[in-house]
Design a protein around this ligand. Sequence first.
Ligand code: PMP
Length: 432
Amino acid sequence: MSHVFGRGGADAPVVARARGCRIWDTGGRSYLDASGGAIVVGVGHGVAAVADAVAAQARQVAYAHGTVFRSAVVEEYADALAPLLPVDDPRVYPVSGGSEAVETVLKMARAYHLARGEDRHVVVARDGAYHGSTRGALDISGRAGLRAPYLPWLGQAQRVPGPYEYRCPFPDRHPGGCAAAHADALAAVCARTPVAAFVAEPVAGAALGACVPPEEYWPRIAQVCRRYGVLLVADEVMTGFGRTGAWFGLEHWGVRADLLAAGKGAGSGYWPLGLAVASGRVHAALAEGGFTHGFTYSHHVVGAAAGLAVLRELRDRDLVAASAARGAALAARLGEAVGGHRYVGDVRGRGLLVGVEFVADRRTAAPFPRAARVAERVVAAARGAGVLVYPGTGCADGTDGDLIVLGPPLCVTDDELTEIVAGVAAALATLD
Ligand code: PMP
């Protein structure tokens, strides 16, 4: 009997070692990690330079409290990040993961408006979205099933539809197109209530199967935010650090965020690292109005050393461009191999964040009943074929659905892409 609470069941394999895109269990079996864990491992497993940076920093000084000491490595990390972030004059608040980053930017949004004398507290997020497991992050998440056990403790946020071209939430075409309809939906909420922040992923992540918005979506959303004085909060926990083929997802649309949350690829699995980022304008208001916040492990020196080493790997190995090229190849090859399968409704994505959505009927796009557990079955069958993929059990409109997401380390090779596609095809064949 194990005393560990939560996570892998008793029959889960025991992990032994990992290198590149591959993980081995203690039985000697190898798996191709086509999801980088939970879309975490950007630079690949077993990178000695990152592990060494972590060890060297821990040997030198592993912990010093951020209220007492400044630290050169944390400052160097924030300075190295600054030119890469889609945020003007960014100020970086390092934390321990994505949920902490989301909690932090939500509090920053509230504090910003209070500092300016405005009592705005409503946050608008999107149907189906996932922003984390902690109270505030779950509250704004659009997955009703995850919030349900905690109502009425949660449930304060308001929601608008997210872009979902496969099942467009605005089937009666808006004269200005789909992006205009999304912008109008947000504007309608802002017109009737004082909204503090709009929170969304640039490319809707794993929970929603890598939904890419239409070209005009982000510029129009940014316009609405500006018009109503609403802070634009980018959740780049999954899309950051090269995952979508740009350093950060918003870059694809040339849009800047007021606040940004990152995690996952920041530490690439080598350290639990998250980042809450405020623009210079937001930071100035917080500096004046006050911002009471802090975690024991925020501004962690080893986290900063890991983050710096990850940045170096991404840069020196040109992994962001690799993500764009390999991601396009993966989506195209998957489309060829399984796009015509009778249960595949849609293959989509940007960079190395690729989703495959399953439907019971391709003609009507009708989903399977959730009880059929199609996503879980595909994930299990792919694992049987030696390929690890990430399941999604909801659609981008918040309803139940079945999908898998692929997000291998950005160093994935061409041969490994072939293996991934073969693994997914083999898994799908078991559904027939
Ligand atoms: N936001 C997004 C978009 C995520 O994908 C996740 C994690 N899946 C989170 C927030 C929460 O991050 P963490 O699990 O590191 O707390």
